[in-house]
Design a binder for this molecule. Sequence first.
Ligand code: ADP
Ligand code: MG
Length: 703
Amino acid sequence: MGEALNVEKIFGEKVFTVAKMKERLTKKVFQEVMRVMDQGGELSMTTADVVAKAMKDWAVENGATHYTHWFQPLTGITAEKHDSFISHPDGDGKMLMEFSGKELIKGEPDASSFPSGGLRATFEARGYTAWDITSPAFLKESGCGTILCIPTAFCSYTGEALDKKTPLLRSMEALSQQALRIVKLFGNDKATKVTASVGPEQEYFLVDKDLYMQRKDLMFAGRTLFGAPAPKGQEMEDHYFGVIKERVGAYMKDLNEELWKLGVTAKTQHNEVAPAQHELAPIYETANIAVDHNQLVMEAMKKVAYKHDLRCLLHEKPYAGVNGSGKHNNWSITTDDGVNLLDPGDTPNKNIQFLLVLACIMKAVDIHADLLRQSAADVGNDHRLGANEAPPAIISIFLGDQLEDVVRQLVETGDAKRVLEGGKLETGVSTLPDFEKDATDRNRTSPFAFTGNKFEFRMVGSADSIASPNTTLNAIVAEAFCEAADILEKAQDFDLAVHDLIKEYMTKHQRIVFNGDGYSEEWVAEAKRRGLPNIKSMIEAASTITTDKAVALFEKFGIFTRVELESREEIIYETYAKTINIEALTMIDMASKDILPAVAAYTGELANTVIAVKEAGAGAVAQMEVLSEVDTLLTEAKQALSKLIAEEGKAAAITDVKKQAFYYKESVKTAMEALRAPVDKLEMLVDSNIWPIPTYGELMFEV
Ligand code: ADP
Ligand code: MG
């Protein structure tokens, strides 16, 4: 037996937690920090100096030499620039480790090399990072040593958000303010804040390091660009929840330990549907901390993989033909006096506040289905959404039998008298207890499913930050709450007004509710009849953020300005074009330098065999057939390669980013598929000793 891990002791070991602040700060300073954390506002410079010193002392005691303002630029990952605590030596050449309040609160990284859309042209290259006091500082250990990381927001000189955190924090405030108006209407005067909570389930693949290193596509694009299906895929359904392999188990153990030390509540782990695919889910927490922690989870997944001679693939679709990876973003809203506004209780039909909240969410999701779809768009996710393994690209809400029945009654009669009960689940085995059954079964095909006391947004990509989906959710629901409160606050007869409003919203927006199979063809046709948008790709979704409807929403709550949204739209096109460009160049490289030469050599070998066999007096019919087949495919592949090179060149020359992105999608991607097809067929024909790259079978089963 190994030494037991004391989880309680190590949890949060690398975090400057509230408890550590309490221990190290005077009561007065601590209280000021708590007040700002809770209610917003700014720390006084004297307080900031004291906090900075305490934070630095703790960090240095734990081995830190540097600090960084850790932020989330629009690349979707995190950024850091390290500064050591070293200060100017005094006259005697003695140096003291220093860290001031000013350095804690504000940083000035050069913003010019981060994506900023049109903003960079219009504004100075100067960027500022500002401490997000609500997310705790932590220590990161790496080859660089130990670094104190301070979660920060990142803005331009003129205050435009250049990151994912700033709009998220703005959306959380908007949601809190508007939700408070709703709970006040129902007589709750105690609540002072409403918080969005998020629990993201993270899927990932593991692959052996040596095999990974032999695949340029995995190294540069994060996914396979070639690869014939392995003889075995996921059809036996033996991987999902299957026994975890030793090597993977050892990885998971280290990953958990790393995450617990960082204060991330890693809770659930299991094998996923595809071979070599796994999932980790943390316990839910405040949205912005959940977003920060999800970034740490993704980072730790990659880092720990290195230690085990593995690589972690977070791409949404590393392998064709088996399931890709996503993130289920579980979302709920809770008052600071402990009421989850999404908890229907046992009798949802009588819970008027819940019904109003639900009606508002139906309205929000229906009106802004396009925005919600967009918030989950990234390049890799284009391979998943609508591909019968993930939710369709069409947004709809799954409510389950019980709530759907309540909504139907309200729409039809204006009154929900009945509520479906869960009943008992009889196991039929005398030694097993019978269970109380939920009133509603699960639905795995819905993009936005009500799961008891939360909504599960299932569209999000595995590699993407969860900031955008949560910013969008908070914003659209804040708007619906605001509009409802505007009406209800003026009502003479509140009970009547709220009743009418629930009925009105549910009637108008019931088209967004769908409880059936989201993967079916019928649903695509049905959704079209209902007028629901079906936005198929990331770049087609991009313009949804700059419609008048979207700008009005985001500007109303100060979440984004029009300029910020326009710059973000531009970044989407840029990101798309750059990503497909890398993929195309990688394919060109692999095909020209590795695959086609190997196949050409193989045809030479086959030709020699044919000659030798014929000389020996036999017919060599089979050998000639293979030779001819391989030769034909090789010609096809060579032509497709030339075409891809030409299309890639044309795409790269286009200067308008939007046009360029569409060209990459329509012409370059098509040319990539045309090259992949003959190469994958060749892989099935060519001697496996000659094939220059590891196969799907090796990549997925040799972990
Ligand atoms: P599933 O069966 O879909 O895996 P779980 O109950 O395991 O569901 O929860 C999945 C995720 O949802 C976890 O991260 C969990 O912490 C989170 N979660 C649970 N309750 C809530 C809630 N009220 N709000 C937000 N997230 C929640
Ligand atoms: Mg789940």
